[in-house]
Write a protein that binds this ligand. Structure first.
Ligand SMILES: Cc1ncc(COP(=O)(O)O)c(C=O)c1O
Length: 375
């Protein structure tokens, strides 16, 4: 998708003239495209899709997601408030918080938002305060997967979810009146292959057989996108077929949910930065841009690869640079990256900046936040 953005070079450079840098630019048409791919692949499943708004909680993106008929996966009371403000109905929102405070759970219960509880340690609170409201359980399937361990959330040492080995405790609370109407898993983000996801699916469908009144099983996300040209993308159709077979074998009809974040929005945004300096180190050449991990933390935090294009000088011969930010920290966007020759003032475009990009922005070093605009 970086190619698509490169073709819009003239438009992007004009936006920089008008709005300056650093600048996030989004294109809602790409979200439509991704949503259509998703719809086509999942067409035969009894499915509801809830956009994981943590990926990008920009109001215009949320409005667009709403217009596409999708629901929301929220992880904090403020995300719930924003989703309600945009006009989502409470029953279109699911709440999957990590280690929430009791007051956060109460907030969601009072707003009639369905909650996925991720620890048996919350059960007493629920039984004492909201005994008539059914809950979902986020289960940790203990599934070790390949890929980036910082975004793997379903292995045995992960803080997320209730270990699947806690079945007896869960059943004892059910006997005491705890109402459980759904199960949830989320194997991780950017999971290398759908077969890694399928192992969690196997486990949750087996686990689900111990429950007689489930309305849905939420399979989370993990849908991989392309960061590099030759990266694999998830084979959604194969994955959907796999899930369909599981549903066919299940003893009673149950619906499924998915909660994609990055699949829908990652490629829909780019970050435009300007080169402040091109400087020589002992061996390396550094391109210093007017940005850093306060604007896009994925390369530093996850070692994530983001394609970078010198929009101002696309046809010049390539040279090797480290692309760094201007924070008083290590904030390298790319090591030893071949870019067409860079000069001070050039505009560099960082691709795949639609997900976990602006939503993780900070004002570290008292630097300004970037602007966001839509084309
Ligand atoms: C519970 C849950 N659901 C959905 C997602 C979205 O994942 P992705 O952006 O990989 O689609 C996340 C991301 O961390 C998550 O924690």
């Amino acid at each position: 998708m970086c190619n698509y953005w490169q073709q819009r070079k003239a438009e992007l450079l004009n936006l920089v003239q008008t709005h300056g840098t650093p600048l996030y630019v989004y294109d809602l048409k790409i979200i439509d495209l991704k949503n259509n791919q998703l719809k086509e692949a999942l067409a035969k499943l009894p499915v509801t899709v809830h956009y994981a708004m943590k990926a990008n909680e920009n109001i215009n993106i949320l409005k667009h997601i709403k217009s596409l008929g999708l629901g929301i996966d929220a992880v904090s009371p403020n995300e719930i408030k924003r989703a309600l403000q945009v006009g989502f109905d409470p029953d279109q929102i699911v709440f999957t918080p990590s280690c929430p405070g009791f007051e956060e759970l109460s907030f969601a219960f009072k707003q009639n938002i369905h909650i996925h509880i991720g620890a048996v340690e919350y059960f007493d609170f629920v039984l004492q305060n909201y005994p008539k409201i059914p809950i979902g359980l986020r289960i940790n399937p203990g599934n070790s997967i390949g890929g980036n361990q910082k975004i793997a959330t379903a292995h045995q040492d992960s803080k997320f979810g209730i270990p699947f080995t806690s079945l007896q405790i869960i059943k004892s609370y059910e006997e005491r009146g705890l109402l459980i109407d759904s199960l949830h898993i989320h194997t991780g983000s950017d999971v290398k292959t759908w077969k890694d996801l399928a192992r969690s699916v196997d486990l949750i469908f087996d686990f689900a057989r111990h429950f007689k009144h489930l309305k849905y099983i939420d399979l989370g996300s993990g849908f991989k996108v392309k960061y590099k040209q030759d990266d694999p993308e998830i084979d959604l159709k194969a994955y959907a077929n796999y899930v369909q077979n599981k549903l066919n074998e299940f003893p009673y009809p149950v619906a499924v949910k998915f909660e994609p974040g990055k699949f829908l929005v990652s490629e829909a945004g780019v970050l435009l930065t300007q080169v402040n300096v091109v400087k020589k180190g002992f061996q390396k050449k550094f391109v210093g841009v007017n940005s850093g991990f306060h604007h896009l933390i994925r390369p530093m935090y996850y070692n994530a690869y983001h394609e970078i294009v010198n929009l101002s000088n696309m046809d010049a011969p390539a040279e090797k640079y480290d692309v760094v930010g201007q924070l008083c920290e290590e904030d390298t966007f790319a090591y030893d990256r071949w870019l067409s020759r860079v000069h001070t003032g050039d505009v560099l475009m960082i691709c795949n900046a639609g997900a976990y990009a602006y939503s993780m922005v900070s004002e570290y070093n008292l630097r300004d936040k970037p602007k966001e605009i839509f084309i």
